[in-house]
Ligand binder design. Sequence first.
Ligand code: NAD
Ligand code: TYD
Length: 350
Amino acid sequence: MSAKNIIITGGAGFIGSHVVKRFVKNYPDLHIINMDSLTYAGNLENLTEIELAPNYEFIRMDITDSHAVNAFFSSRPIHGVIHLAAESHVDRSIVNPIEFVMTNVVGTVVLLNAYKTFGHTDQGRFYHVSTDEVYGTLGDEGKFTEQTPYQPNSPYSASKASSDHFVRAYYETYHLPIVISNCSNNYGSHQFPEKLLPLMIHNIKNKNPLPVYGKGENVRDWLWVEDHARAIEKIYFEGKVGETYTIGGNNEWKNIDLVYKLCEIMDRKLHRDLGESCKLITFVTDRKGHDFRYAIDASKLEKELGWKPSVAFDQGFEKTIDWYIENKNWLDHVTSGSYTAYYESMYSKG
Ligand code: NAD
Ligand code: TYD
């Protein structure tokens, strides 16, 4: 019998590359197809350690191209889909919401339709990887749960909320076997340096200003990316069809405190005077519609599927920083070319 084909979309991005590597290594009996259009955020260098594995295949495809996606799904049996491809950066969504509607909403519906029409839906599922940002913002108290009403505030979160709704609608309307998870902020290796941590690490290395939005008082709940990938693995195989699971690190940090911690650790690792990098902190104009606080109650996932974060934050944080310091070529490659233009357009006005 030939191996089951599982498509992982967005497998060349930050989280997707961790998920692809986990599945390729842990499931030699599954054929893992990484479907990714390689936008600025997609990078095949994230996958070199598995690119020659016999159970791995890369397909360059734009998920909004329904003709190509349908042709692919009808060309061979597709047993399951783990969908991570997305436009993922809030700041970019504020500048260009349409791209977010195209990939995150239209692309998701194209995939749902293809899986419904051509997929072997009795032998797998359609797993939508989503974000806690769909729930909007918290005040000082409380946490998001699976019951929290949707109240997205940014074009990014509105597009992810919309795609979550389409996924649920395919379950209710067509009984497509779906599952959804909504996760908090991830940190770890291979993250594109438009997001807070790799951007700050890159700037500290180069002694450039560290742009903290507003007063830096916004709070995020940080999860080690490998723990997210482990949760995705568990939910794909053991999660209940039609259900949602929230995933988080139980690890809240004010942005400014996290940046201070990062500066201190990097001063030590780069043999600089303690306090040197903190001097680079620059408070800049706040993000429009900036959600104040995110925090996740992941007790459903813990109780029902036995998942909990495995890596203590101090350990994961040090490992992450080491990775960006040691992988100078990776950081140099992704920050060459269009990155400079992006950075100028976002940050030159302070
Ligand atoms: P990323 O931006 O690093 O990667 C996105 C990937 O999708 C890239 O490889 C890109 O090439 C691909 N892609 C984009 N548009 C595409 C298209 N039209 N067709 C095919 N491929 C396309 O994103 P990430 O941070 O790894 O996030 C992955 C998923 O997880 C997203 O759905 C995001 O909403 C969700 N998520 C992210 C976080 C986080 O902290 N980064 C937290 C919770 C959920
Ligand atoms: P980000 O990494 O963009 O993730 P998200 O917006 O999805 O939570 O931002 C994390 C937090 O850091 C968020 O509160 C915005 C803030 N931030 C800055 O202060 N400066 C920056 O340059 C960036 C990119 C983010």
